[in-house]
Design a protein around this ligand. Sequence first.
Ligand SMILES: *[C@@H]1O[C@H](CO)[C@@H](O)[C@H](O)[C@H]1NC(C)=O
Ligand SMILES: *[C@@H]1O[C@H](CO)[C@@H](O)[C@H](O)[C@H]1NC(C)=O
Ligand SMILES: *[C@@H]1O[C@H](CO)[C@@H](O)[C@H](O)[C@H]1NC(C)=O
Ligand SMILES: *[C@@H]1O[C@H](CO)[C@@H](O)[C@H](O)[C@H]1NC(C)=O
Ligand SMILES: *[C@@H]1O[C@H](CO)[C@@H](O)[C@H](O)[C@H]1NC(C)=O
Ligand SMILES: *[C@@H]1O[C@H](CO)[C@@H](O)[C@H](O)[C@H]1NC(C)=O
Length: 691
Amino acid sequence: MAFFIWALLCLINFAKEARAEPLSFAFDGFSTRNLTLLGDCFIKSSNLGLTRDTSVPSTSVGKVLYSEPIRFYNPETNRSASFQTTFSFSVANQNPALSGDGLAFVIIADNSSVGSPGMWLGLMNASDVSSQRTRPPFLAVEFDTYLDVGFLDINDNHVGIDLGNLISITAADVGNLQMNLKSGNVISTWIDYNGTIGVLEVRLSYTDQRPRNSVLNASFHMPNYVDEYMYVGFSASTDGSQDLHTLYTWSFSTDGAGGPAPLLTSPSPAPAFTSSPSEMDAQQPSPSPSTHFGGVRRLSHCKSIFCLKFAAFLGISISSAIVLAFFILGIMACTYKLWKAMKNQETIPPYSDTLVTAPRKFTYKELSLATKGFSMSRVIGHGAFGSVYKGILPGNDVAVAVKRSVTSTKESRSEFLSELSIIGRLRHRNLVQLLGWCHDKDEILLVYDYMENGSLDKALFGNTGPVLPWIHRYKILAGVAAALAYLHEECEQQVLHRDVKASNIMLDAGFNARLGDFGLAKMTDHNKSPDATLAAGTMGYLAPEYIHSGKASEKTDVFSYGAVVLEVACGRRPLERDLPLKENVLVDWVWGLYRHGKLLEAADKRLNGDFEEEEMERLLRVGLLCSHPDPACRPSIRQVLQILTGEAMMPHVPLFKPTPSFAISSLPVSLQDIISEAGYSARSSSPSDSI
Ligand SMILES: *[C@@H]1O[C@H](CO)[C@@H](O)[C@H](O)[C@H]1NC(C)=O
Ligand SMILES: *[C@@H]1O[C@H](CO)[C@@H](O)[C@H](O)[C@H]1NC(C)=O
Ligand SMILES: *[C@@H]1O[C@H](CO)[C@@H](O)[C@H](O)[C@H]1NC(C)=O
Ligand SMILES: *[C@@H]1O[C@H](CO)[C@@H](O)[C@H](O)[C@H]1NC(C)=O
Ligand SMILES: *[C@@H]1O[C@H](CO)[C@@H](O)[C@H](O)[C@H]1NC(C)=O
Ligand SMILES: *[C@@H]1O[C@H](CO)[C@@H](O)[C@H](O)[C@H]1NC(C)=O
């Protein structure tokens, strides 16, 4: 029995030690062999696509990992593995206006799931971050093609080194090499980590000549960031874009943390092999494949250890028969496991369908079922447009928000559909995605992504939950600016939002801003006067010239954005009826503080000073600039975005709130008068118009 236990321990130990050996592999083309494909990953003519190849912008995330775990450090000796990896990839996009998010080489603990799409690059799960849950460790070299303010990205064309966090410890502009990650050209990459000195170096080139100089290097002690055994591979994601991330070749080698290789004659590092056996046979004689993989090798060594020890044992023992039986069983189990593992690798992983989001037509019945017959218990919000219900689509259990409104006229139908065709094509990470629509029984139903964290209005002023932290607030405002820049400048047909306000800004699981109701304001309010819109609850967000002429422009959206910025920074609604007259218009109050050099006093008291002063000041100034009464003096939303990301200088903000340059005398009433007249009827009670 003692022998049996010893032998078992030996086997288990051996399985561990075997992986600590130097390991190397190379793929000249890809098949499902030796690889774990997760998410939207697919193989097409032996190239590996990490994100979905679609003709419409989609949200997609894929990850590929080498199937076997690899040892990255030896806890006994406190030694890191050294490794080298070389791969070639391309990022192609037919629609450069919508691009993102990038690809990463990754060393990660989790081999069974992909993280969130978009800026998370499939490396992390957005909900883990918002719930502050600890997550499986990872180490990544990101090739990032999207400027994400929240992660302090330097631009949309950089490499960065991420240690368990998507805020890179160091990053380099790939533009310095006269290279563009998303040009569609094949880019060769070399990543080397020297475990002795703890330095990681990254090299990039359009050719397959290894450059002498690294584009990026970083120094860190790997065991602080990884587990002993980790998986290596790649992860990539898109978010409402069409980037196709393709991997062509990949080789990897490691010294396996230099662990002792007990009981074994140290094997020479295994030569590279190709993953497709037919190709390999044709090109070069294969050095017996069974020596390349832990599994196969493990088995043959099991046998030799067993023989040796068994003979010795015989000399001193008599109870060999039982032990032998155990061993045969053990070996059989071992073989069965291997066989099963190999069989599993042959099966092609399922592709997830839930991420494709081209808007489609729903039937009334489908949506009625999803919302339990538009049950009151499913109502998550009310707005000028109608009621919003939470729905669960039958079949795939996806949560959606269904917005329902009653239309009056027949003509509105064609207008509605033409409008829809524009909106349906809009895709941006900071827009609430329209999933589909239904026009039936004189009702318009719109189906959107369900947003876990409700509206910005609720997050700021809701009585439940903690105070919205500064890091989220800044990211949210940068996100809204990005969404507006997309609507104003980047999409095929300019879209004016017309109703930017806190209750139209939704927050997803990661507290990213998602602007909702875009374009629909025009559709639903087209024959109403702006005063009617006023009464509909947007007072304080409307530009004076809009109130005056009823004509919306980019600059009226910028004005509304400015109101939101001040609202978020100060934690106060644009108009507060309970405050003394002098203070009840937020922008006037902030301007007053600014004039007296006390701008930071406008900061939300509930933050308890827990914010970056420089960011707070920047936002407050941006808020004032956008609130300029003269539309011509307001910055464009693109400029705002550049100011927020530090790419552009902050323009001068006048000390006194200027008076509008257009004929003020022709204004029927001043903003203040309208406010008093309207008697705050609209905004006082209902805090939100969810989605
Ligand atoms: C392992 O080595 C690193 C640096 O080489 C050192 O910072 C760390 O404290 C060591 N850890 C242990 C447990 O010895
Ligand atoms: C992940 O790794 C574990 C342990 O190595 C293995 O049992 C499991 O099958 C792997 N999962 C996938 C999806 O490859
Ligand atoms: C995030 O984690 C939660 C719980 O661990 C899981 O239910 C969810 O599917 C994960 N989401 C993604 C996108 O991985
Ligand atoms: C790591 O760096 C040391 C010191 O520069 C050097 O002697 C060693 O050869 C390097 N190891 C690898 C694997 O490059
Ligand atoms: C890392 O990069 C810096 C400059 O970017 C360079 O001075 C340094 O020598 C590099 N270190 C290594 C080990 O390559
Ligand atoms: C990995 O691929 C090689 C070459 O196709 C094959 O011989 C080997 O059995 C594979 N290893 C595993 C563990 O599937």
